[in-house]
Design a protein around this ligand. Structure first.
Ligand code: GLU
Length: 287
């Protein structure tokens, strides 16, 4: 068994991250397996080195140990590029030149596409560009790369994953529309990088928050397209704060750094969280 915790170093970790990391760590250690850290620092404009160090210090404070060095997504850009090339050679991705404003305008049109799990799906404007126009614009215009979802789904057929303890879940990637696999400002999207990394790291169980369950539809599809192994999944409940909403990085009061500064004992907090006991005002919202 190998599990992982994969923070994005764009802010301080909070109680929700602690809960996720603890569940993944306890599952691995309880089974005599391995636990690894991955730093999801693909977004160079938002990632900060100071948050990498802070996250590792928070995990240590909770009593979490990990195997090997943390994996850095920023060190794996060539793998993401190679996977994108493979999809490009099968014509499963296409360049998209739309700006946010272009997309907003077509979504506002009377017959815009229905909402996908992550908001309105891309209306497909650039999917049908003539090859000559595509080539000309590729040379001069900023672009991202999108998956041709209908074509991809037709290639793989029906897919499912195993949700631990709950049996098979049918993947429904079509509703996501043509997701971005490589961004204008970052060489891979979360979906592409995460699917490739989980496979390369040998992750057997992906344990993460229920807020990411919709992403699993897309990850399962990418696994099929790129011939990657399929891990088992567990999407756990989310920690919510006194306002009833799930925690966000801006909720400073729930940050592990502030709890530590207030004198809390990290290992006791870890034990409490693992037993479903949350600090006053916080609660767990089960999926
Ligand atoms: N870096 C992602 C996040 O913080 C991790 C997602 C995952 O566990 O797959 O949301």
């Amino acid at each position: 068994m190998l599990t992982r915790f994969a923070p994005s170093p764009t802010g301080e970790l909070h109680l929700g991250h602690a809960y996720s990391a603890l569940l993944a760590h306890a599952a691995a250690r309880g089974a005599g397996g391995r636990f690894r850290i991955r730093i999801d620092d693909i977004d160079g404009s938002r990632s900060r080195e100071i948050y990498v160090a802070a996250a590792l210090a928070d995990l240590e404070w909770l009593g979490i140990d990990w195997d090997g060095d943390p994996v850095r997504q920023s060190a794996r850009l060539d793998r993401y590029a190679a996977a994108l090339d493979a999809l490009r050679s099968r014509a499963l991705v296409y360049p998209c030149f739309c700006t946010r404003a272009d997309i907003a305008a077509s979504l506002a049109a009377p017959h815009g596409p229905p909402d996908g799990p992550a908001g309105a799906a891309y209306p497909g404007t650039c999917r049908h560009l003539a090859e000559s126009e595509r080539r000309r614009r590729l040379e001069s215009e900023p672009h991202c790369w999108r998956l041709d979802m209908a074509k991809a789904v037709a290639t793989t057929g029906e897919l499912a994953w195993e949700e631990e303890g709950q049996g098979a879940r049918r993947a429904a990637p079509l509703a996501h529309g043509d997701v971005v696999l490589a961004r204008k400002d970052a060489p891979a999207s979360y979906h592409l990088a995460s699917s490739l990394d989980d496979a390369a790291m040998g992750v057997s169980h992906v344990i993460r928050g229920a807020d990411l369950i919709a992403s699993t539809d897309v990850h399962r599809l990418l696994q099929a397209l790129l011939d990657l192994p399929v891990p088992l999944y567990r999407h756990h409940g989310l920690v919510c704060g006194p306002n009833g909403k799930r925690l966000a990085k801006r909720d400073a009061a729930a940050s592990l750094a502030s709890l530590r500064a207030a004198g809390l004992d990290g290992r006791r907090l870890a034990d409490d969280l693992l037993h479903g006991r949350l600090p006053t005002g916080f609660f767990l919202q089960n999926p």
